[in-house]
Design a protein around this ligand. Sequence first.
Ligand SMILES: NC(=O)c1ccc[n+]([C@@H]2O[C@H](COP(=O)([O-])OP(=O)(O)OC[C@H]3O[C@@H](n4cnc5c(N)ncnc54)[C@H](O)[C@@H]3O)[C@@H](O)[C@H]2O)c1
Ligand SMILES: O=C(O)[C@H]1O[C@H](OP(=O)(O)OP(=O)(O)OC[C@H]2O[C@@H](n3ccc(=O)[nH]c3=O)[C@H](O)[C@@H]2O)[C@H](O)[C@@H](O)[C@@H]1O
Length: 387
Amino acid sequence: MASSRADLDGNSIKPMTICMIGAGGFIGSHLCEKLMAETPHKVLAVDVYNDKINHLLEPSSSPWAERIQFHRINIKNDSRLEGLIRMADLTINLAAICTPADYNTRPLDTIYSNFIDALPVVKYCSENSKRLIHFSTCEVYGKTVGCFLPKDSPLRQEPANYVLSEDTSPCIFGPIEKQRWSYACAKQLIERLIYAEGAENGLEFTIVRPFNWIGPRMDFIPGIDGPSEGVPRVLACFSNNLLRGEPLKLVDGGESQRTFVYIKDAIEAVLLMIENPARANGHIFNVGNPNNEVTVRQLAEMMTQVYTKVSGEPALASPTIDISSKEFYGEGYDDSDKRIPDMTIINRQLGWNPKTSLWDLLESTLTYQHRTYAEAVKKSTSVPVSS
Ligand SMILES: NC(=O)c1ccc[n+]([C@@H]2O[C@H](COP(=O)([O-])OP(=O)(O)OC[C@H]3O[C@@H](n4cnc5c(N)ncnc54)[C@H](O)[C@@H]3O)[C@@H](O)[C@H]2O)c1
Ligand SMILES: O=C(O)[C@H]1O[C@H](OP(=O)(O)OP(=O)(O)OC[C@H]2O[C@@H](n3ccc(=O)[nH]c3=O)[C@H](O)[C@@H]2O)[C@H](O)[C@@H](O)[C@@H]1O
């Protein structure tokens, strides 16, 4: 299939074997789908779960059955990992604890997962001269310079005080007791280690900083395909509230701002990195959609409108409710105020731009959420009739 694919410089792309760690997660499942449907590459899919990629693994008669293999491996303690990295041309590391509710409540697991567990992956790639694409996060930027200025300061409008640029923006985290930053700090240190492996030992690497990628299969719906008490990321939290007909909870007033990018747009950028090593190696890339900025309150309002449209169910009279971060996340939570990605580097190196508006991506995502979960939620909430 498609073996005559050409890279951005017109050279034909040779089929490669990719060791994808964390392939069973949200991003991994979309990347596996894209690689199976549109490329000739092989995937050694490593994860502890495979529910989100089962549709690609079965039946064995599927057109790509020979090109994807699942390896149920916990990378914390499995000696098979090095062998898989050696068999592959490229390793992509997606494995991580990456839900904010965990950062302040399970800081040790968060730091181990995002730094310690990633170390052997970097080491095996470096020692075996294998290329690495590592998933970091936009959270490494932390807070913006602008948020420390007075609310009415005109300097807040200066892009230099809020646009996040890979090669010039500082990384600004809160104090240690704000354990929210355990994740960002661990991600930053692994970025620095990878960068140093590149500088001192010639590791061929690319670092990806996703800015709130969202879409189908993100996280879980509590009590349906995840723990009842679990707190997923905002898309799944708000989807859960909408499916249950409950008000959407706005943490600390929902004033923080985010830019959301559709997972399918973002995956196009990752495919360009995979297939254009000469343009991607040695770079850190922001991948986001600067045109889709909203406050969390605006996101809640838009999701309520979209869900009414796709489900046919009326919106609540009071669709949102305020909640303090302490009550929602517990002690040690803190927040990024604003996240606008500078797109200069990814534009220059890979010519990539996101396409999908926030309304359109929410429409397709909430259509998926409604189709996938509405019945199960209804069943789980219906009171059994006593006989
Ligand atoms: N989704 C986003 O917008 C976003 C934003 C910023 C950064 N990221 C980064 O991208 C990566 C993937 O994110 P995602 O949204 O797909 O998360 P996800 O939680 O859906 O996927 C992560 C996968 O890694 C697996 N995993 C974790 N620890 C493992 C271990 N020890 N051994 C084997 N597998 C393990 C999990 O089972 C899971 O399937 C993460 O590194 C995350 O920090 C994602
Ligand atoms: O996606 C990203 O780019 C990165 O940011 C996320 O962090 P954050 O955006 O803060 O996490 P969300 O759970 O998506 O929350 C977004 C905002 O919504 C708020 N929120 C969340 C859930 C909710 O029910 N209500 C609510 O107001 C949060 O307080 C936060 O301000 C996660 O850290 C990672 O997945 C990732 O590294």
